[in-house]
Design a protein around this ligand. Structure first.
Ligand SMILES: Cc1ncc(COP(=O)(O)O)c(C=O)c1O
Length: 402
């Protein structure tokens, strides 16, 4: 018997990510890629990390830096996060915070924590591909989350009940979502909380891009709104996932979760079973760099990425043919395009690579139900303004061919 035939049913829905497969092609000379949603490596605080790693490896620190440590995470880093969450309107204790290896790990743990096979997860149509990948392993059923839209809580419950399922959580990235770049309004956030209350389900708030706002006033996190309503985080159903990937470095794999103490206590058990704890050395370095320069560094990122976003929006205005529409993100890394319904963006990508040496991500992979053939995601995070303009001009030329 082939070993593949022995794989558990949870592997049946796991498939190679289109984005990851695509990233393998991206070192072709001259290729202008709007595909990877990754930070610009030229903007990493590399000197600060170099100093921080050196400091953590000095004789007075190295025994701690190189040793096993507690699953909850490095205490000074959790204290720093507590301060940062308070600034966002989320007062909490250290024991409400767990350090994870990137927010991706938090999504996996939350899938493991809440989803038995056939349980319902509410996700956006489209939503973050990595969240679908994380949740798929727990064999859920999906339904479309559309806060403030026309679905009543009853309709979710009825649809779930009809197939013997229970709605366990709603997952969303309210600020500058991947892949659409869209932000959920204050009224949308309140509607979400009301719906979650009626469905009696959890809310998973993914704050991966939250710090990267280029215009407009910040909207409080869903968790902040819920704490304001209920008076204490311990009464809240929202679980906040944070990340240092888009602000400091994705390679260090540092993220965090903020939730009620019982949720964190259970996640600590999951973490103990999975990897004991996130790397101590990385936690110490991230703590030192965050203490030293988080705000000024993020201000620089906002300036740089904001200029690139502007370059992309004005190039789209100048070069897109009629019938193409796009989002206007106030932050983050992505613009989402919708083409006329008969156009298949997977097919356009093949021609884009071939004829114009540009890349993007076809939108279908971001839909739990396989819709979205005529959509695509563009990232403006790694190209400079001139490259963005040239790349969008090429895309416009291609789309004019139909
Ligand atoms: C919306 C969203 N959430 C979570 C992640 C995972 O980030 P990390 O695990 O690096 O914190 C990403 C990465 O691209 C993302 O776009």
């Amino acid at each position: 018997m082939l070993l593949q035939q022995l794989f558990a049913t949870r592997t049946h829905r796991m498939k190679a990510s289109e984005i990851r497969e695509l990233l393998k092609l991206l070192n072709r000379p001259g290729l202008l890629s709007f595909a990877g949603g990754i930070p610009d490596p030229d903007l990493f605080p590399a000197a600060e990390f170099s100093a921080a790693f050196q400091a953590a490896l000095q004789p007075d620190q190295q025994a701690q830096a190189l040793q096993y440590s507690v699953s909850e995470g490095y205490l000074p880093l959790r204290r720093w996060i507590k301060g940062e969450m308070a600034r966002m309107g989320v007062p909490c204790d250290i024991d409400n915070i767990l350090i994870t290896s990137g927010s991706q790990q938090a999504l996996d743990y939350l899938g493991k924590l809440f989803l038995s096979p056939n349980d319902t997860a509410l996700v956006g149509w489209p939503t973050y591909l990595g969240a679908l990948a994380a949740f798929n392993a727990y064999e859920p059923r999906y339904d479309q989350l559309n806060p403030g839209g026309n679905r009543s809580p009853d309709s979710y419950q009825e649809a779930a009940g009809a197939v013997g399922s229970l709605v366990k959580f709603a997952y969303l990235s309210p600020d500058f979502a991947n892949p659409t770049g869209e932000t959920l309004s204050l009224s949308g956030r309140n509607a979400l909380l009301e719906m979650a209350e009626q469905l009696d389900c959890a809310v998973i708030e993914d704050g991966a891009y939250q710090a990267l706002r280029y215009e407009g006033a910040a909207i409080p996190p869903v968790l902040a709104l819920e704490i304001a309503q209920k008076g204490s985080i311990e009464d809240c159903r929202t679980i906040y996932c944070g990340s240092f990937s888009k602000t400091l470095s994705p390679g260090l794999r540092m993220g965090w979760v903020v939730a009620t103490k019982p949720v964190i206590a259970q996640m600590v058990l999951l973490k103990q079973a999975a990897d004991l704890h996130s790397p101590t050395l990385n936690q110490m370095a991230v703590h030192q760099v965050a203490e030293a320069c988080f705000d000024s560094h993020v201000a620089g990122l906002r300036q740089a990425y904001g200029t690139r976003r502007d370059a992309m929006l004005s190039a789209l205005q100048d070069f897109m043919p009629d019938g193409v529409s796009w989002t206007r993100p106030e932050g983050g890394m992505f613009v989402w395009l919708t083409l006329p319904p008969h156009i298949d963006t997977a097919e356009v990508l093949a021609r884009a690579l071939d004829q114009e040496n540009i890349a993007f991500v076809p939108g279908q992979a971001f839909f739990a139900d396989g819709q979205g053939c005529n959509t695509l995601r563009l990232s403006f995070s790694v190209l400079n303004e001139a490259e963005i303009r040239t790349g969008i001009e090429r895309l416009g030329r291609l789309l004019k061919q139909g």
